[in-house]
Design a protein around this ligand. Structure first.
Ligand SMILES: Cc1cc2nc3c(=O)[nH]c(=O)nc-3n(C[C@H](O)[C@H](O)[C@H](O)COP(=O)(O)O)c2cc1C
Length: 364
């Protein structure tokens, strides 16, 4: 029984806990001959790395990745190339403070994994939550850097589109803005209000939820396999597997409920180059579980961080009622660091489906 592997042909298995010596992953099924540099993988990890602004946890984890297997150095260019064999990546854990967690040793944090892990396994690693810690998502991001390279010409980008009640103005959407602010916001005008709002949340020891949007451009038509291997189904599962995610939508998503058939129809015309052109993308790039060639659009919502400084009612291991306030260094809004994680899960789902499609249909 294995529940630590994602994908069918492009398979990611992650291992490790936040307070163990290291975390790592094995990627099996990656085609041979894909050029990759350590720096490319590191660049994505740096986006997820904590402690980069006052709006994320102040833990200092450098997240330096090492490649242990599965690549070979091209003698002429010095570039690494995948060999077709398992790619193993490792990151040492360097910034753990187990004492931060002494209070939750015997108490269950409401909203966290403590209660359900204890019920399921009868044992739990209270220091940072063990496998429930979002530290594991670093390996998804590292693997995602490789997955992106499996599908020629695809571009996967994510952005934070809502914190609490504060939504971006979509008219201002600018992908170039995303890497210019600490929130990965595509709307410059959102940055100041979000900063003020999150400063208040952070200083009061509270936390808040958020919505992340991930867009994959350049995905070829034809990926996804009805009826239980639909592309949107697997993207939803991929996003839902991220810590703290409580909802996923594709394209117009839940807003479809308010649309009429006329409004929702993504009408088709022929553009000036003679190619079919969709006039809208309410479907989010997936029709009947198969990619249409339009951009794939997924959104997911993360709940507010459950480890907060405000005392909350709970019980302890002896069944006594008590209160808990979680000290330690936690993200006031996990949505910020979830952006590169969402991108990575999109890349993993699409790379897997690309190989599955090729397996069934050949190079068509
Ligand atoms: C990038 C990221 C960072 C997170 N950081 C924290 C954190 O600092 N403190 C915390 O209590 N939860 C954090 N979480 C959320 C927990 O990992 C998650 O709530 C917990 O595992 C329970 O799982 P569930 O929320 O999916 O039910 C983070 C989640 C993500 C995606």
């Amino acid at each position: 029984m294995s529940h630590n592997t994602f994908g069918h042909l492009f398979r990611l298995t992650t291992w490790g806990e936040s307070h163990g010596p290291a975390i790592g992953c094995v990627i099996d099924g990656c085609p041979a001959g894909i050029p990759i540099t350590l720096q490319e993988i590191q660049n994505y990890l740096d986006k997820r790395r904590p402690g980069q602004s006052r709006f994320t946890t102040q833990r200092q984890e450098p997240d330096q990745v090492r490649i242990l297997s599965g690549t070979f150095e091209n003698e002429n260019t010095g570039e690494l190339v995948t060999t077709g064999h398992p790619i193993s990546l490792i990151i040492d854990n360097v910034d753990q403070r187990s004492k931060d967690y002494s209070d939750i040793k015997s108490k269950y944090r409401p909203g966290h994994a403590d209660w359900s892990y204890q019920k399921k396994y009868g044992i739990r690693d209270y220091r940072g939550g063990g496998r429930s810690s979002a530290r594991e998502t670093a390996m998804r991001v590292a693997a995602g850097a490789i997955a992106r390279k499996v599908v020629p010409g695809i571009k996967i980008r994510g952005a934070l589109v809502q914190i609490g009640n504060l939504e971006i103005d979509r008219a201002n959407w600018d992908w170039n803005e995303v890497d210019q602010n600490p929130f990965f916001s595509p709307d410059k005008s959102s940055v100041q209000p979000w900063s003020d709002y999150l400063d208040g949340i952070r200083k009061s020891g509270s936390s808040i939820g958020a919505v992340i949007e991930v867009v994959a451009d350049g995905v070829p038509a034809g990926l996804g396999a009805p009826v239980y291997g639909k592309l949107d189904q697997d993207i939803a599962a991929a996003m839902m597997s991220i810590n703290a995610v409580k909802g996923v939508e594709i394209g117009a998503g839940f807003a479809s409920a308010k649309l009429t058939g006329e409004e929702n129809a993504d009408e088709i015309r022929i553009d000036k180059n003679g190619n079919p052109e969709f006039l809208s993308n309410n479907a989010g790039g997936v029709l009947a579980g198969v990619s249409s060639g339009q951009p794939i659009v997924a959104r997911f919502v993360v709940k507010p961080t459950s480890s907060i400084l405000t005392p909350r009612k709970t019980i302890d291991e002896d069944g006594k009622e008590t209160e808990i306030m979680t000290k330690g260094r936690h993200d006031p809004c996990v949505g910020i660091r979830a952006v590169p994680v969402g991108e990575a899960m999109m890349a993993l789902a699409i790379a897997d489906h690309y190989l599955r499609h090729r397996g069934q249909m050949g190079e068509k």
